[in-house]
Design a protein around this ligand. Sequence first.
Ligand SMILES: [Zn+2]
Length: 248
Amino acid sequence: MHGLVLRLTDYGESDQIASLFLREQGVISAIAKGIKRSKHRFPHHLEPFSVYTFSLSKKPTHRLYFIKAADPTEAFGEIADNIQKIALLHYTFELILTTVKEGEPHRELYDLIITAFRRLCAVDDLIPIRFYLEIHIMRLLGFTPDFEACLTCKQPVKRGEHNRFNPRRGGFLCEKCATGPEKALSFAVTAESSGILHYLKQCPLNAAPRIRISANARREIAALLGAFTTQQLEHTFKTLSFLNEVSL
Ligand SMILES: [Zn+2]
């Protein structure tokens, strides 16, 4: 079965415990017994920049799977060589580890991440893929942001105009409705950022790397999507501040 290694913890002198994201089973915990000394059973180390074909077994009474073998089938070498891309990979992994329950399959989410990592290897600028991932991971987890209409008056949001975004409510507000406390809780969104968010929500992943994003819109969208994710999932992501530090 195909999967990614989201997290790896040393266990005793020769074992490691891994959180795996498998296409068919979702997130599972597994132990690689003897991985630190058996070159015969584990000719490769487990690491986050590869897709593996795992051979697993499990006793019905145990929560942990047993990794019998792990063969790398695809490597994301260009991610491993770039600190910004590494930071995005770890943020993506923290999002999955925080939200996906063990044993719940999420095939669409898995496919999105694999496709995004492949694209990420081929681009110099990771920001469009980063924003695409943030929007669509949240959508697949059931937290779709609303960029189409004002949350309060339901009027379509005019893309050529400035408006605001409320991360707690998960959508845009027109200037008329964003007053008082609503204004204090929301982020200003320029016309450029509004258009980019709209486009990224409905375009295919392959189209994302072609869009140009100004320095101002990068900061604006990163802040708004970061607040959206943090507030909707009620979790502070350690990997997000690092990602912002190295990529903005
Ligand atoms: Zn309104």
